[in-house]
Design a protein around this ligand. Sequence first.
Ligand SMILES: Cc1cc2nc3c(=O)[nH]c(=O)nc-3n(C[C@H](O)[C@H](O)[C@H](O)COP(=O)(O)O)c2cc1C
Length: 320
Amino acid sequence: MKTRLTELLGVEHPIMLAGMGGVSYSSLVAAVSNAGGYGCLGASTMSRDTLIEEIAATRARTTRPFGVDLLTAFPDSLVEHVELAIEGGASTFVAGLGVPSQIVELCHQNGVLVVSLCGKVDHALRARDAGCDLVVAQGTEAGGHTGLVATLPLVPLIVDALAGEIPVVAAGGIFDGRGLAASLALGADGVWVGTRFIATFEARTLPGYHDRILEAREDATVISRAFTGKTMRVLSNDTTARYEADPSLLHPFPDQLFTSMREGTFHLGGDGFTSGVDFRREGYPAGQAVGGVEEILPAAQIIQRMVDDASEIIARLAQL
Ligand SMILES: Cc1cc2nc3c(=O)[nH]c(=O)nc-3n(C[C@H](O)[C@H](O)[C@H](O)COP(=O)(O)O)c2cc1C
C-alpha cells in the first residue's frame, strides 16, 4: 500500500502511531516502526532526561524511522526538546495543540519533517503557511485533546483546502482496516491511530487502563476540561461528572493539570509513580474507538490486520 505518506516517511504502511503522552514510549514506538508503520514518541509529558533515554531506547530497538510528538503549549521547553529530538535522530517533529511556527526552520535545517495536528480547516491552512510538511486532520472522536468537528467531514474538507500541496493524515475513531480504507477514500494519505494502540502489550499504561478500555462501549467517553483545563476526550467517571456539575471549579490550562496531579486524579506521563490510581477518579484519555477494542494485541498484529483488511476492502470495492 504505497501513498504519498509512505513515500515521505520512508515506511511500508500508511499507519502512524499517535504520539500519546504517557503511552507511546520506546517499546510501542519501536514495535510500530519495526512492523512497517511509523512510530511516534509521546514526549509531551516527558522530562528532559526521560526524553533523552526514550529516544536512545527507541534507536536501540529499531533502525527504522520514528518521530517525536510534543505540545507547543509548553513554549519554554519547546526549542530545547526539539533540539534533543533532532540530535536523537527523529525524522519528524509532531506538534499537538498549536502550529509550531517557531521551530519549522530549525527542523528543516536539520532534515526533520514538521507535522501539525489540526481540528479545523483554518488550522490546516495555518500549518501549511507556516511550512509544515504534513497535517493530521484529527476529528472530535479522537482520544486526548480534541476539537469539535468529526473525522468524516473534517478529512475531506482539509484535503480540499490543501489541494494536494501537502499530505493529509486522518485521525480520530480509526481502529481497523475499515477505518484505514475509509480514510484513503476520503482523500487522506494515511492514518494516525491512538486509542487502538493503548490496548497493546507494548504500550506504557496505568493501573486499570487496559481493563477500562476493554470494557468501555463507544459512548463511554466525554470531552472534559477536568484533567488539564483544555478539552480532552477521556473515559467518563466521577471526576468528569464532578466538574460537569460545577464548571466553576475548573482552572485554565495548565493550572488544572497541576490541580489534577495534586488531587491524584492524573498520573499519565508521571515517571512511573502510579500508586493511588483509582479508576473511578483517574483521567484515562480515550477516543470513541474504545467501543471497537476487544483484546490486547501485539502492535504488529494490529498493523498487519489493518493493512490486510483495508487491501481486501479496496479490492472488493473496485469490483462494484
Ligand atoms: C492517551 C492519549 C494521549 C494523547 N496524548 C497526546 C499528546 O501528548 N500529543 C498529541 O499530539 N496528541 C495526543 N493524543 C491525541 C492523539 O495524538 C491522536 O490524535 C488520537 O489518539 C487519535 O484518535 P484515536 O484515539 O481515536 O485513534 C493523545 C491521545 C490519547 C488517547
